[in-house]
Structure formats: C-alpha cells, structure tokens
Ligand binder design. Structure first.
Ligand SMILES: Cc1ncc(COP(=O)(O)O)c(C=O)c1O
Length: 353
C-alpha cells in the first residue's frame, strides 16, 4: 500500500496467473499451454520479420491479419477485432459493453479473470452456481441486467455447451451483450462464430494461445457484428493504438494460414486426451468429460492437494484451486504422450498408494 496509489489501485484485487516455474526438465501441465511448438511456418515468418523495419510502428488496424482471420472463419473483415491476447480483448470488451449499476452474470466456477475485470471497472456481478454436475444452468443466464460472459468449453471444468443452449441464452438477452470465451473451442467444442451473423448481441472471443501453440506471442481476437467491433476499436484506441507488435502480426497470420499443422496438433491432443481419460478412470479418478486441452479430475480416495504437492516434488506441475466446491479437483493440461505417460507412472506407482 502506498499513499500515492489511486483509489482504483487501492481497491484492485489483481489476477494471479498460474506458476511459471524455472525448474529444469519439469513437466508443465498447469497453464493449459500447447505441448507442441508453433508451426515451423510461424517460426520462419517471425525470423523473416526481424529486420530494420522494427524501427517503424506496426499497422494499428492489423489489416492483413484481420483479413486472414476473416477468410479462415468465413466472416467479413469488419467483424473481426484483434488484441494482445484474449485477456486484453476481454478487458476491452467488459469496458465496451457492460455498464456500472447493471448486474452481469458469469458462472461461480469459471475463468478467474472475470471477477477481476468486473471489480476493476466497478461492475455489479453475480456468480451463478453451476449445476451439481458442473454443467451450466442455462435458464439462470436469461434476462441479465447487464450482460453475460462464460467460456465454452468452461474452464476449469472442461465441459462444453451446445449451440442450441447458447442460442437460448442469446434469445433471452436480446438487449444485452453475451460474450462466449472460446479459448478452448478447437479441442472438440462447436464454435458460436457462425451465430454472429444472426445475433447482434453475440461476441465470440478466441485466442492463438492454446490450439495454435502461441501463448508467448499474445494474440487474441473477437468476432461480432460491425457495431460491436467498432465499439471495441473505440476502447482500444483510447488505450493504445499499437497493441500488436510487428512480429505478433506476421506470426499470427502464418499460424492462421497453416491449417494442416493446426489440424495435426489439435488431433494429437484430442487423441492423447481420450487415452489418458480412460487410464485415469481405471485409477479411480472421476474425470469430467473434456472438450478442452485439459482435464478436471478428482480421485476417489486421495486428497487433491496432496496429489498436487507430491507431483510437484516429482517435477510435474498441475493446477490446484483452493476454492469451495472444487478443492478436491485437479486441473491437468494435456501434454505430449511421453509427458502424460510420466504422469500416469507417477500416479500409479506411489502417489495413490
Ligand atoms: C477461459 C480463458 N479465457 C482466456 C484466457 C486467456 O488467454 P490469452 O490471454 O492467452 O489469449 C485463458 C487462459 O488461460 C482462459 O483459460
């Protein structure tokens, strides 16, 4: 605390990101990164862009990248907004579309950045309890005073919501923005992007951090009707016109265009997930049906925190949330087959006995 802090700084409760430990040879399954490197075409594009032009500002409208994304997702360029990671897109979206004094809704178990943004902007919010089985109680998100946000699939539960259910939420909030955070959509969910053509109140947010192996480049984007995108640009241009640097712009474009590599790596992750879920269930874990690149699981007998700590001692980092309802669960990112084999070995030989 400092006497120089503004009231906002004093009252802010910042987000705490997952650990980024500097331990050699660790197996990192704690922040839902992709275990495979970015496409070789991305690395080549990045190397090609390291030149004297870095003295110049990047394109503030990210024109070429917007065009590539619009083409890949079959929407108009005017329906795409790009930001420095989807966290930034979310931060701008809360400011662009939610009003103070009008309660917004999000699930009680969800991405923990949402309450941080809500508090930062002094927004009223209600954390709607998920059903007992951690599915989203769709009707509870109808008639929101201020708007709605949820991830699909949800994090950390990994459970996806079908488009029919999402449409019901949209139809029952015709005058409020409904944000669907699709950070993990490429691992098996059904994207709501096509619905942006029919629902003027829908904003879909995606990222290159997970399915395109580019958490380190910081690129996120949003899809919505032209007026929503214009609103986001108004906010962005009131903070910083150049949110994406020259390298991020070219690297992201190459990632979007390399669909073969994207398909190959995401299929590998889905296959590994399928196999590991079966093996974990044999070890007496309850594993929720995942449509994401991570698992949410609890053991039938052994305490989650104990498993978390023992794995950490063995150099395997997973995520534990000391929060009611989920304090017996672990969130485990899907790694390579070799990494998951190491995890299974450690669990089977010792930790659970
Ligand atoms: C649900 C959800 N949304 C958004 C993000 C942010 O992703 P990024 O800022 O890397 O695009 C994450 C990251 O873990 C997430 O889990």
């Amino acid at each position: 605390m400092s006497k120089f802090w503004s009231e906002v700084t004093r009252l802010t409760e910042p987000y705490v990101p997952g650990e980024q430990p500097k331990v050699k040879n660790m197996i990192k399954l704690n922040t839902n990164e992709n275990p495979y490197p970015p496409s070789p075409k991305v690395l080549a594009a990045l190397k090609g862009a390291v030149d004297g032009n870095l003295r110049l500002y990047p394109d503030p409208t990210a024109d070429e990248l917007c065009e590539a994304i619009a083409k890949a997702y079959d929407v108009a360029k005017s329906q795409v907004f790009i930001g420095n990671g989807s966290d930034e897109v979310l931060a701008f979206s809360f400011l662009a579309f939610f009003n103070q004094g009008e309660q917004i809704l999000f699930p009680d178990i969800t991405y923990s950045f949402y309450p941080v943004y809500a508090n930062l902007y002094r927004l009223d919010y209600k954390e709607v309890p998920l059903n007992e089985d951690f599915t989203i109680p769709v009707e509870q998100f109808f008639h929101a005073e201020g708007g709605v946000i949820f991830p699909n699939p949800n994090a950390p539960t990994s459970i996806g919501l079908g488009l029919e259910q999402i449409e019901k939420i949209l139809q029952n909030n015709p005058d409020k923005v409904v944000m669907v955070d699709e950070a993990y959509i490429d691992f098996g969910g059904e994207s709501a992007v096509p619905l942006t053509r029919r629902y003027e109140n829908l904003l879909v947010i995606q990222t290159l951090s997970k399915s395109r192996s580019l958490a380190g480049l910081r690129v996120g984007f949003a899809f919505g009707n032209e007026q929503l995108i214009e609103g986001l640009n108004r906010i962005k241009n009131s903070f910083n016109s150049y949110t994406l640097d020259r390298l991020a712009l070219v690297g992201a474009k190459a990632a979007i265009e390399d669909t073969a590599y994207f398909e190959e790596t995401r299929s590998k992750i889905i296959e590994t997930r399928h196999r590991v879920i079966g093996e974990l269930r044999q070890l007496n874990f309850t594993v929720l049906d995942s449509q994401a690149n991570f698992l949410f699981m609890k053991h039938g007998r052994v305490d989650a925190k104990q498993i978390f700590e023992t794995l950490k001692e063995k150099g395997i980092y997973v995520r534990y949330f000391n929060k009611s309802r989920i304090d017996q669960f672990l969130r485990v990112t899907i790694g390579t087959d070799e990494e998951m084999n190491r995890l299974m070995e450690e669990l089977a030989t010792g930790i659970l006995s």
